[in-house]
Design a protein around this ligand. Structure first.
Ligand code: HEM
Length: 485
């Protein structure tokens, strides 16, 4: 009773199980995690507490409250909560699960390095377009016509873009290691649940939990081993002189090795930039950057297949812009003059809201949220998917309607697929560049046709998972030809 008074209002918890029974019922009744949370919100308001056993967790389901807390009082709301599954492999390293000075240094370094890729001759755009054309040609030459399994196509495309930026390597279609990597990732994402996030690390690592951790974390261990192998290969290439380190470096690993050498030269004591932390940084960037972007693109393609009129409108806008510039492809420099493409990407990110449950943070001091107390040590998160399905902001939220962002230009601010505040996504610039160039150029150059005459519904295959997985489908890309370009 005393603890309940120190945190926002919520359903009455039972000893040992807390609110698991009420949450379980709401999720079962409504058919999904996000709709289950919405059910609880209807009764308890925009900020509510749910007890996971003895642990209170607070959910922010309103944009104005998220802004007031995460932006206006950013320092109070920026610590990551990572005592459970999130730190099973990381153990306080990397960017996603770390805190304090280590987190600040590694996040700043990642942001700076990604920003450098987008400056000057824009390595980011160059590599995205190079991979886009490579992948299209690759699928075309193998099949005669371009029929792609959407998930596989975007996995390979996004995987290769991020790998090129991290270690200057691309994945190939018949690459067995990539196949294994993807299968392991899919297994991990399918079996990872909110309970794993909340089980304390010592318990997760104990033999009592071996039956569970083997299933959930062995695939992630595999991903880590592959990351280690790739990083080692790159280091060997630097050592034997095949790769020369100069300037800011050609990829993330090179930039990191340059930073390590600089810290060493400057006599920095106990620098946090070591070969061990390099591997975990790469693991984090790969894990956070691959599945999220590929999943969003697979959703995007499903939205376009369901709405051919949007493709027509996009093409009209993009033809005008590229013709005026005398170019054959959409470029990042067009972003300010393509309102319809921008609106379409916004709507894709809104309707797909790929995280059913956002990453958790922890309060480091007692404070007030939306007039209610919240105590130090309480775990909380801003539920992005709840904000994106808030009827008061996004009317008819189940409809895919890019025009909503054209009719109301202020709406874009309330769309926060990359999170909000100091822990928001550092890969946002890269992800935005990928979505813009890939979707823009697909819509400009190809008609999208469903294979087998069936258009996939915008329905998730994992309403109870942490991630909202897209439908499984194939698509035919029909070139619109030179007459239009
Ligand atoms: C469409 C694609 C993406 C989406 C929707 C997305 C979304 C998010 C969200 C919601 C968070 C959590 C923010 C919070 O704590 O509130 C996050 C964190 C993070 N993302 Fe992304 N992300 C995407 C792509 C990427 C890419 C391409 C990278 C890297 C290259 C990346 C790296 C990270 C990292 C390292 C974090 C942890 C940040 C921290 O704790 O300080 N993400 N992302």
């Amino acid at each position: 009773y005393t603890s309940r008074r120190k945190n926002p209002y919520g359903p009455f918890p039972l000893p040992i199980i807390g609110n698991l029974h009420q949450l379980g019922y709401a999720v079962w009744k409504t058919g999904g995690i996000v709709s289950g949370f919405q059910e609880i919100r209807k009764r308890y308001g925009n900020v509510f507490t749910l007890w996971f056993g003895p642990l209170p967790t607070v959910y922010i389901a309103d944009y104005a409250v998220a802004h007031e807390t995460h932006v206006k009082r950013a320092n109070t709301f920026s610590a990551r909560w990572a005592i459970g599954g999130l730190n099973y492999i990381r153990e306080g390293r990397g960017i996603i699960g770390s805190n304090g000075e280590f987190w600040r240094e590694h996040r700043r370094f990642a942001l700076q390095t990604l920003r450098n890729f987008g400056l000057g001759k824009n390595v980011m755009e160059e590599r995205i377009m190079e991979e886009f054309y490579y992948r299209i040609t690759d699928f075309q030459s193998q099949n005669g016509e371009i029929i792609v399994h959407a998930g596989t196509f975007f996995d390979l495309l996004v995987g290769s873009i991020i790998n090129k930026l991290l270690v200057s390597e691309r994945f190939e279609k018949d690459d067995e290691e990539f196949e294994k990597l993807k299968n392991n990732l899919a297994r991990a994402f399918e079996s990872l649940s909110i309970i794993d996030a909340f089980t304390p690390l010592p318990l997760l690592k104990s033999r009592f939990m071996a039956w569970r951790t083997k299933k959930v974390f062995a695939p992630l261990d595999f991903v880590l081993k592959m990351t280690e192998k790739t990083v080692q290969k790159k280091i060997a290439a630097v050592k034997n002189g095949d790769v020369e380190l100069d300037g800011d470096g050609d990829d993330f690993v090179e930039a990191f090795l340059i930073k390590m050498a600089k810290d060493n030269k400057d006599g920095v004591k106990n620098s946090s930039f070591t070969l061990d932390t390099l591997t975990i940084d790469i693991y984090d960037l790969w894990l956070a950057g691959q599945e999220t972007t590929s999943t969003t693109l697979t959703w995007a393609c499903a939205c376009l297949l369901n709405n051919p009129h949007v493709v027509r409108k996009l093409r009209e806008e993009l033809l005008g812009v590229t013709r005026a510039a005398g170019r054959e492809h959409v470029s990042l420099t067009d972003r300010t003059i393509t309102p319809y493409l921008n609106a379409t990407i916004n709507e894709v990110q809104r309707i797909s809201s790929i995280l059913n449950v956002n990453l958790f943070r922890v309060m480091e001091e007692d404070t007030i949220i939306d007039g209610q107390p919240i105590s130090s040590g309480t775990v909380f998160t801003t539920q992005l998917a709840m904000i994106h399905t808030d009827e008061t902001l996004f009317k008819d939220h189940e409809q895919f309607d890019p025009e909503r962002f054209i009719d109301d230009t202020g709406l874009e601010k309330k769309l926060i697929p990359f999170g909000i505040g100091k822990r928001s996504c550092p890969g946002e610039s890269l992800a935005r560049a990928e979505l813009y160039l890939i979707l823009g150029n697909l819509a400009l150059k190809y008609d999208l046709e469903p294979v087998g005459g069936q258009v996939p519904l915008i329905k998730t295959s994992s309403p109870f998972g942490l991630m909202k997985r897209p439908p499984n489908y194939s698509v035919r890309l029909v070139p619109v030809g030179d007459k239009l370009l």
